[in-house]
Design a protein around this ligand. Structure first.
Ligand code: 2BA
Length: 111
């Protein structure tokens, strides 16, 4: 078994949850915040049998769209050097479709 941690945009979360549940995947939804944009996103935890990993990844890929966002970011956060730490400037970032981690599960217990 594997644990898929999928970080998705809030706009895609509810459709993704429905499709995964319809297809018989077990899912836990967490409300999370991205470190860079400091905006809300959604993290899904999926415990998936090894033979269904590709199916789960394909569903996430098909539902989650990439979107452009304009964000105001401080130069120190984006790695630049600034004389004034309080200055900021707008940048365009492309967020998503989804960021996924696939971890091996040692044990899956329901007690
Ligand atoms: P955020 O950290 O809020 O990042 C949102 C988007 O901002 C990222 O989209 C990326 O396009 C951009 N971005 C992030 N860090 C940047 C930087 N230092 N300079 C310029 N642009 C930057 P995604 O890559 O699609 O990531 C979406 C969300 O997935 C992230 O939200 C974060 O919550 C999560 N994530 C992405 N990579 C991760 C990682 N290696 N570990 C843990 N979480 C990650």
């Amino acid at each position: 078994m594997k644990l898929i941690i999928a970080i998705v945009q809030d706009e895609d979360a509810s459709k993704l949850l429905s499709v995964l549940m319809q297809q018989g995947f077990g899912v836990t939804k967490l409300a999370t915040t991205g470190g860079f944009l400091k905006a809300g996103n959604t993290t899904l935890l999926l415990g998936v049998d090894d033979n269904r990993i590709d199916e789960a990844v394909n569903i996430v890929e098909s539902v989650c769209k990439s979107r452009k966002q304009i964000s105001t970011v401080s130069p120190s956060v984006s790695g630049g050097i600034s004389q004034n730490e309080y200055s900021s400037y707008p940048i365009e970032v492309t967020v998503g479709g989804a960021t996924m981690f696939v971890l091996t599960v040692d044990q899956f217990l329901k007690v």
